[in-house]
Design a protein around this ligand. Sequence first.
Ligand code: AMP
Length: 395
Amino acid sequence: MKTLDKLSLNNEKVLIRVDFNVPINEEGKVTDDTRIRAAKPTIDYILSKGGCCILISHLGRPDGKDAKFSLKQIQQTVSDIIEVPVLFAEDCIGTKTQTLANNLQNGQVLLLENLRFYDEETAGDEKFAKQLSKLGSVYVNDAFGTAHRAHASTAIIASFFKNKKAFGKLLEQEVLAIDQVMKTGEKPVLAILGGAKVSSKITIIENILDKIDHLIIGGGMAYTFIKAAGGNIGDSLCEDEYFQYTKDLLKQAADKNVKIHLPIDVVCTDDFANDANSQITPIGSIPEHWMGLDSGPESIVKFAAVVHESKTILWNGPVGVFEFENFSRGTISLGEAIAQSTTKGAFSLVGGGDSVAAVKQFGFEDRVSYVSTGGGAMLESLEGKDLPGIAALMD
Ligand code: AMP
């Protein structure tokens, strides 16, 4: 992996693809600056080595130029976070921007306007990528959130930099975290998959089954397994067309010596609402018209025991409808067990979609080893796919 420390950065104009696709409210204020803070170590490092930074990013999905999606709105926030004044270019390409880039001095930072004001960005247009490339002498990709896209600024541009390109520190951390689960992690390795549907996790399961020792299946996706085995699940989430798949998976796992852990009890309800009637039942004895929305107390204890004996833990997907307070206990308890196991020395990676939201909401963010910043990119990595943004840095 070509990391930043392998490049000379003194007097270099470093074009950094960052992921500043942050939420902005009606007043144009950034409401969650996580992604900007995540890029700070790379920017700090380049400035400290005597270079200057030209930051390129997309924001949202604009249809042509649109002030609502202008990165000008985040200029001050970026400046506040990196503690350096940030200059702004009203366009990401063109003569004026080229002049601003040419005049940039070591130690300075220039933020360019939204790349997606040009359709050429998402089209992966080579001419557009070449124009962008002329702004810098070194290219760094630090945008894990878009690394699964073959866009002009995330993948195509890299070919114009030959040896003068590198992983940013965030991208490096993300790749190392995934490798620690998939390749180098200490055994026993545990994957916890939750969330709504079996169908959306099949490719992940197929890719990780050879690499893990334990698999906890929780949340909505567990009910397909339970019903396929003859249990009564009432109106719980279920994908009947995957019955055979669940049976095949259980057999495959047994052949590979992977232990599968399903919930044994459930908190079920007569309506999909926080304050609906609820009761605890064995997982395969949910009354007609009731639905399971959270792991029951015995399942919580069972899952926590597996977490405590694991040395490497991947968590993707909540094990209940954590958005409803009354059905969040299973997800919170699981987060607590993972945090405790991490304190005892396990490596824990939380990645992809709603488990990241849950970890942040319940305050486990600083108690696990790593929380991924990229939803889709993390899922595709877990599925074993090569990410174009990463592959482009390797050649
Ligand atoms: P996913 O995007 O597949 O990770 O699914 C996340 C969603 O699954 C969250 O919004 C959870 O509320 C939902 N979920 C988790 N457990 C259940 C369940 N037992 N029934 C319905 N939805 C669930």
